[in-house]
Design a protein around this ligand. Sequence first.
Ligand code: NAG
Ligand code: NAG
Ligand code: NAG
Ligand code: NAG
Length: 441
Amino acid sequence: MILSKRFVFDTNKNMCMNFMILMVMVSWFWLIPATSSSSLPQQQENQKLRFDQNGEFKILQVADMHYADGKNTLCLDVLPSQNASCTDLNTTAFIQRMILAEKPNLIVFTGDNIFGFDSSDSAKSMDAAFAPAIASNIPWVAVLGNHDQEGSLSREGVMKYIVGMKNTLSKLNPPEVHIIDGFGNYNLEVGGVQGTVFENKSVLNLYFLDSGDYSKVPAIFGYDWIKPSQQLWFERMSAKLRKAYIKGPVPQKEAAPGLAYFHIPLPEYASFDSSNFTGVKMEPDGISSASVNSGFFTTLVEAGDVKAVFTGHDHLNDFCGKLMDIQLCYAGGFGYHAYGKAGWSRRARVVVASLEKTDKGSWGDVKSIKSWKRLDDQHLTGIDGEVLWSKSFRDYEMLDLKAQIVLKPEEKNRTTIAHKFMNWEEKFCQGNHGKNQIGGN
Ligand SMILES: *[C@@H]1O[C@H](CO)[C@@H](O)[C@H](O)[C@H]1NC(C)=O
Ligand SMILES: *[C@@H]1O[C@H](CO)[C@@H](O)[C@H](O)[C@H]1NC(C)=O
Ligand SMILES: *[C@@H]1O[C@H](CO)[C@@H](O)[C@H](O)[C@H]1NC(C)=O
Ligand SMILES: *[C@@H]1O[C@H](CO)[C@@H](O)[C@H](O)[C@H]1NC(C)=O
């Protein structure tokens, strides 16, 4: 993709070009603002998440901080010239800069938040690791990775500690379920804009799961997997949310889109190569998922509401690829005490969901979900901007399919399809030129 790699932000104001594909991938990208330091959003009322008055909800994903003992913990895999001056405090500085640059509505830590082995006190490491999020007053959540429990606290202990921290919306486990594997399986609802008909509805659903650490089954080697008990909880929660969304007020035909966050990638992450993902796959071992497939991807496809999955774990993979209408994304390694690649910047992923502007000038349901990453370099360079999901994608894909099948000799059909195509494009362009500018608040 032409502009999808290292993108220099310019302010070309007229990029609604006619070539739709290019536009979908690129047009909104110039709207990513340069870093600024205006004030952070107020803490959400009652900690209830909702879209802001600009019709946007933005999530910052921080994967694999591997935090240990702060200034006494040195960095891994940095350039020799950076080696002497680099510690966990560089990870802290990176989060602070990311929060100021993006002013997210929610910060999600997707595991290996601390590196237990090198931490002298897990609680202290967590205090330091999450301090920038807490200080920002932005709601934040965390799930567990495979290294969080390797210090002075068990997995349950770590998750319980997180749940008790300030400003977090993390939960230990769903209260309605008596038996579930792991710690830190929960969901959050994101309400529509206050004062609109969607104000009491969850228009975006967030699911968080504990993908475990290592297999406890002797016959199965390697990493853990998402267990049937967790999948059952997900299925029921997803069905319940779908039902609520379809009911009044403002009944909807389909489910509200969902996003799922956890640590260890699903085996299906191995379905891509550079021809069909955006980002890089540099891990020597490829994809470090469990050695068995517990079927969570199938469960997600069946439920149908989750449009994108976000994991960490493989620090040198940072791509998103789409399989069966679900985006499978990595964030790329964030922390300096985590292995990485010298000269290849630590990074974070940002996701923004944007609402549709209604005819009456109010805000409707979710129109699109976009993502990009920022590198920890001097300018927090934004890269790999893409539309992960759009309400119109389905229309477009149907048209595309029809175009392939029908669009051979029949001039009449060609015109009709071209016409629909243009309408679609027009709509999309308007959306991008209106208030839905990324970070435009
Ligand atoms: C970086 O510094 C640490 C501590 O001074 C040292 O142990 C390590 O070998 C150095 N690594 C490199 C690549 O220079
Ligand atoms: C880590 O932070 C120090 C102090 O601000 C800075 O001099 C150094 O360049 C940073 N290292 C990296 C790899 O960013
Ligand atoms: C949302 O709930 C509040 C409090 O119950 C109520 O006052 C308000 O009218 C509701 N809004 C809509 C659009 O139903
Ligand atoms: C990506 O492309 C490769 C061939 O380059 C193909 O084998 C693979 O099935 C594709 N994956 C998806 C999800 O389309």
